[in-house]
Design a protein around this ligand. Structure first.
Ligand code: URP
Ligand code: ZN
Ligand code: ZN
Length: 455
């Protein structure tokens, strides 16, 4: 064996138990009491938790958006991921008009491969559904892309699809063993409300929230769920942030439909009050953070199992870019950071007793791996799985600051957040990539995942 992690407490989605982990050639080859191998490097995890590396199944790295390009390139984003215990990143590859799906993924991969510090996969965002693109879904799944994204918003940006396209891709994805992820908000309401606010001179970040409040998101959630139920297809709703949408997800799931909801740490921690702050523009993302009632509903959804996954929607911009919208919220590039904060934040909430550590592993590791076709290689600690492992010190106190983060962004919305417990070490396929606050991985290490089709 190459390495043995000794004396730790292993946490999976189902179990908590004391055992050693033997690692060889990037894989977990043994889980047992007191593993011995004189040739192996010993990593002592006494008093620590040993967790699967997290999967951030929603990021936008180096993505052209909001009149600029998101501030973390693949190297910075995956470096920050490793330092926050994330060992797999699912990024969005936007289809350009006239391009195919596999072409889109390959072009993105050419950019990503030399930079990636942890493993990665792509959801291809369908923006131009020509008949040949629909026909290409099967080949895309065979290539290892088994999830696609559609935006029900961003009309002016050329990303939006209409309901006809949404329904076509839902049906085709089901046929070929893929899943559709949707960004659900109502574009017409956003445009109408924005126009009115601008005419009235209401231009602060608070009006970003009011241009797309709870009911604007809920309408699109309900509509997407309606189509998925009517067509009997699976559906994955990204960054769910409102109570009414949450209620509709729960209802559909109770009725037996395969509806998955993802939410993000920013919706679990902040409310719309942030938009009243002087630096409110830094929190501008879509959908926006909502009122306390929605945040409470999301936590309840986590406890009931109706929230399937946590991901970050990591799409940061530098503060000078956010400042473009100081006097006009429509000029603020939409997106926030969180790739390095997701796992520590969720684990800290568990440490404080809000949910169990097993639940965090279910939300951040096991479920995204299963839904997106990369289990059991990813998302768990089991013999045969990749040795993507986090050693976590539950007693470490950590205060988030721009200065102890590893992304390229010049601020963080998480500044000052006090965490109970923090990541000590991260291993990516057995390779140490983070230790004692320092990144020690290398760009080019991360591999593109070829994912399985859904059954
Ligand atoms: O504001 C956000 N979320 N920006 C990234 C793109 C998206 O909608 O996910
Ligand atoms: Zn989105
Ligand atoms: Zn997103």
């Amino acid at each position: 064996m190459d390495k043995i992690i000794k004396n730790g407490t292993i946490i999976t989605a189902f179990d908590t138990f004391r055992a050693d982990i033997g690692i060889e050639d990037g894989k977990i080859v043994m889980i047992a009491k007191d593993i011995k191998d004189e040739k192996a490097e010993i990593i002592d995890a006494k008093g620590k938790y040993v967790l699967p590396g997290a999967i951030d199944s929603h990021t936008h790295l180096q993505m052209p958006f909001g009149g600029t390009i998101s501030a973390d390139n693949y190297e910075a984003g995956t470096r920050a991921a490793a330092c926050g215990g994330v060992t797999t990143v699912f990024d969005f590859a936007l289809q350009q008009k006239g391009h195919g799906i596999v072409q889109t993924a390959k072009e993105r991969d050419a950019l990503c491969a030399p930079q990636a510090c942890v493993d990665y996969a792509f959801h291809v965002a369908i923006t131009d559904l020509r008949p040949e693109v629909l026909d290409e879904f099967k080949a895309a799944v065979e290539f290892g892309i088994s999830s696609f994204k559609v935006f029900m918003v961003y009309k002016k940006e050329g990303l939006m699809v209409n309901d006809g396209v949404l329904c076509k891709v839902l049906e085709k994805a089901k046929e070929v063993g893929a899943i559709i992820a949707v960004h659900a908000e109502n574009p017409d309401l956003i445009d109408a409300r924005t126009e009115d606010f601008l005419k009235e001179g209401k231009t602060s970040a608070w009006y970003h929230y009011l241009s797309r409040p709870e009911f604007v998101e809920a309408e699109a959630d309900i509509r997407a769920i309606h189509w998925a139920k009517s067509l009997n297809t699976p559906l994955y709703i990204v960054h769910l942030a409102n109570k009414q949408g949450m209620d509709e997800v729960k209802k559909a799931r109770d009725e037996g439909y395969e509806i998955y909801a993802e939410t993000c740490p920013q919706y679990l921690h902040f409310t719309n009050e942030v938009y009243k702050r002087e630096d409110g523009r830094n929190f501008v993302c879509s959908p926006p953070m909502k009122a306390q009632e929605s945040q409470d509903a999301l936590w309840l959804g986590i406890k009931s199992g109706d929230i399937a996954t946590i991901a970050t929607d990591h799409c940061p911009f530098q503060s000078y870019e956010k400042d473009w919208g100081k006097d006009d919220f429509t000029k603020i590039p939409n997106g926030c950071m969180g790739i390095e904060n997701m796992y520590p934040y969720m684990l800290s909430e568990a440490n404080k007793g809000r949910i169990t550590l097993n639940k965090v592993v279910e939300l951040c590791c096991k479920n995204p791996a299963k839904i997106y076709g990369c289990a059991p290689e990813k998302g768990t600690i089991a013999v045969g799985s990749d040795a993507d492992i986090v050693i976590y010190d539950p007693n470490k106190k950590f205060t988030v600051s721009k200065d102890n983060m590893h992304s390229d962004v010049d601020y963080t919305i998480w500044e000052g957040l006090e965490l109970n417990g923090y990541v000590d070490m991260t291993f990516s396929r057995g390779k140490l990539v983070f230790k004692d606050g320092e990144f020690c991985g290398e760009p080019g290490w991360g591999k593109l995942l070829k994912r399985k089709a859904r059954k």
